[in-house]
Structure formats: structure tokens, C-alpha cells
Ligand binder design. Sequence first.
Ligand code: HEC
Ligand code: HEC
Ligand code: HEC
Ligand code: HEC
Ligand code: HEC
Length: 204
Amino acid sequence: MKNLFTRRFDRLVRLAVTVLGGALVFGVGFSLYALWPSNQAVGYEPVQPVPFSHKRMAGDNKIPCLYCHDGAERGPVAGLPTVEVCMNCHTYVQPKDKQGNLTPGMQALFEYVDPATNKPTKPIVWEKIHDLSDFAYFDHSRHTVGARLPCADCHGPVETMDQVYQVNSLKMGWCLDCHTKPPEPWRTDGRATRGPTQCTSCHR
Ligand code: HEC
Ligand code: HEC
Ligand code: HEC
Ligand code: HEC
Ligand code: HEC
């Protein structure tokens, strides 16, 4: 029987299948790589369970960072506010729409609050954005009080962000970049000068 397709055509089909297959494998692999959380650090901006806006709270309403992150000057961990802290204000501030219903943002908050008593019913589980590996040691107070670094030096202009995203890589090179810089004049009045570079300072 005569061949239905020429050899040349056969070869062409085989080539096309190989190229397409290769492209697919590469595409899927690359997407996995790009979307894998640990490769996403800079710019990582997860959707949060309550649409809390730093732009509105810390920017427009000028609530100080430490009102909600009071650990940042007291110890290693800045910490996140409890629902009680939100309710210091939202017992009284409850934005409503034209029909008199709580706005969607307030409704999301009241998923965690008993509307009759304004008491929290459960904690909000926020998506973590900055997440240093456990083998690296970091202490907020040594940087904010000791070295007098403003939050923005490491976290960027958080008060302009509707949803917080990560601005710096938090990789070793980023830490060392700052630790090896000559101290700025305003930091040298007998206080902190520059950060350590010995391995054991950060890997204990
Ligand atoms: C009214 C309370 C409040 C104020 C004021 C506030 N924050 Fe926050 N902050 C939160 C809450 C709640 C979260 C967790 C939800 C989120 O990521 O938006 C958070 C998250 C963050 C995160 C990311 C945490 C993570 O998971 O890595 C950073 C960084 C941060 N805040 C910095 C700041 C800075 C800097 C300021 C001042 C400019 C500030 N915050 C003011 C409540 C507050
Ligand atoms: C110091 C007072 C204060 C604290 C603490 C506070 N808020 Fe607010 N919040 C406000 C004010 C004032 C507004 C109204 C802002 C506006 O209209 O621009 C607001 C608005 C909001 C909105 C938007 C409501 C809308 O219009 O849809 C959400 C959501 C919200 N807050 C969540 C939170 C959460 C969650 C916390 C705790 C992590 C918190 N707030 C802590 C004062 C506060
Ligand atoms: C020298 C850099 C630096 C400065 C300055 C700094 N932070 Fe951070 N911050 C970090 C790093 C690094 C992490 C991640 C820590 C981790 O995952 O263990 C972090 C994490 C956070 C978190 C997430 C919760 C936590 O504690 O892990 C919040 C909230 C936060 N910072 C708020 C602040 C605020 C508010 C200020 C200013 C008062 C501030 N930071 C100043 C580097 C900094
Ligand atoms: C923008 C500058 C800056 C960045 C970024 C920075 N540091 Fe520092 N760090 C300093 C300065 C300045 C000191 C000295 C503070 C002092 O001695 O009081 C310091 C001190 C330290 C110390 C010694 C104090 C202690 O707590 O034992 C450690 C550890 C440290 N940094 C870890 C880190 C790590 C880990 C990172 C990155 C995730 C980092 N730093 C990022 C400026 C920085
Ligand atoms: C200023 C703090 C700091 C100092 C000093 C430091 N490291 Fe790191 N190191 C880090 C941070 C932060 C990471 C990344 C953690 C992460 O990815 O979450 C890291 C990661 C690493 C890793 C994992 C691979 C990588 O690059 O992510 C190794 C290995 C390492 N450090 C070894 C060392 C050695 C050896 C020294 C001494 C020559 C040293 N480190 C000094 C902060 C430091």
C-alpha cells in the first residue's frame, strides 16, 4: 500500500510535536518556579481575610505604626494587632453604605466580632508576608531603637499601600549591604554604628 503521508511530512509532524511538548514542559515548569512562594518574596502581596488598608489607617487617618505593631520597638517581633485593638475604634467607627448596611469591609471585620457586644469571637488569621527563615536571627528593637532606622528603610512606604507587599528581598545580601555601609552621621552619637558581619551574629 502506498504511504498516505510523505516521509517529509512525517518528520515535520514529529518535529512539531517535540517543539510543542518542550514548550509546554518549559512553560509549566517556569510558571511553577515563578509562582512558588519562596521565589515571590519581593512584591509578595497576598489577599487578606479582612480588607485592611494601611493607606486609609496609617496614611489618611495617621494612626502611628506602633499603635498596632508595638513589639517593633520592644523586642525581636513587631507583631500584629489583635481584634480587640481594632475594636478600640470600630466599636464606635462603623462605616455604612447609603442603605444603612455595614460596608463590605466592616462586614468582613464583623465576621470576627459579636455585633451585640462588639467583643471578638475569634482571631483573624492574617496571611504572613515577610517571613525570614528560622536559621536567620533578626531583632526589630535593635534596628528601630538601637540603630534608629525608620520602618520605611526596610518595609517601604507602607502608609501608601492599600494592601501590604514586600519591598525588599530579606536575603542575606540585603542585610549585609546595609551592615557594611559606613554609618550615617545621625547614628554615630555613641549609639549604634553599623551592623555585624560575623556569621554567628545572624546564624546562632
Ligand atoms: C490600625 C492598625 C495598624 C496600623 C496603624 C499599622 N498596621 Fe501594619 N498591619 C496591621 C495589620 C492588621 C496587618 C496584617 C494585615 C496586612 O498585612 O495588611 C499589618 C501588616 C503589616 C506588615 C506586613 C506583616 C507581614 O505579614 O509581613 C508590615 C510590614 C506593616 N504592617 C508595617 C506597618 C507600618 C510601617 C505602619 C506605619 C506606617 C503600620 N504597619 C501601621 C495593622 C496596622
Ligand atoms: C485608631 C482607630 C482605628 C483602629 C485601631 C482601627 N481602625 Fe479601621 N478604621 C478607622 C477609621 C477612622 C476608619 C474610616 C476610614 C475612612 O473612612 O477613611 C476605618 C476603616 C476601616 C475599614 C474600612 C471600612 C469601609 O469603609 O469599608 C476596615 C475594613 C477597617 N477599618 C478594619 C480595621 C481592622 C481590621 C483593624 C484592626 C487590625 C482596624 N480597622 C483598626 C479607625 C481605626
Ligand atoms: C532593619 C530592617 C527593618 C526595620 C527597620 C523594620 N523592620 Fe519590620 N521586619 C523586618 C524583617 C527582616 C521582618 C521579617 C522577620 C521575620 O520573618 O522573622 C520584619 C517583619 C515585620 C512584621 C511582620 C511581623 C513580625 O514581627 O515578624 C511587621 C508587622 C513589621 N515588620 C513592622 C515593622 C514596623 C512597624 C517597623 C517600624 C517601627 C519595622 N517593622 C521596622 C525588617 C525591618
Ligand atoms: C538599613 C540597614 C539595615 C538592614 C537592612 C539590616 N540591618 Fe541589622 N543592623 C543594622 C545596624 C545599624 C545595626 C547595629 C545596631 C546596634 O548595634 O544597636 C544592626 C544590628 C544587627 C544585629 C546585631 C544586634 C542583635 O540583635 O544582636 C543583627 C543580628 C542584625 N542586625 C541582623 C540583621 C538581619 C538578619 C538583617 C536582614 C534580614 C538585617 N540585620 C538588616 C542595620 C541594618
Ligand atoms: C546580617 C545577618 C547575616 C550575616 C552576618 C550572615 N548571614 Fe547568612 N543569611 C542571612 C539571611 C537573612 C539569610 C537568608 C534567610 C532567608 O532566605 O530567609 C541567610 C542565608 C544563608 C545561607 C543559606 C543560603 C542563602 O544564601 O540563602 C547560608 C549558607 C548562609 N547564610 C551562611 C552564612 C555564612 C557562612 C556567613 C558568614 C560569612 C553568614 N551567612 C553571615 C543573614 C546573615
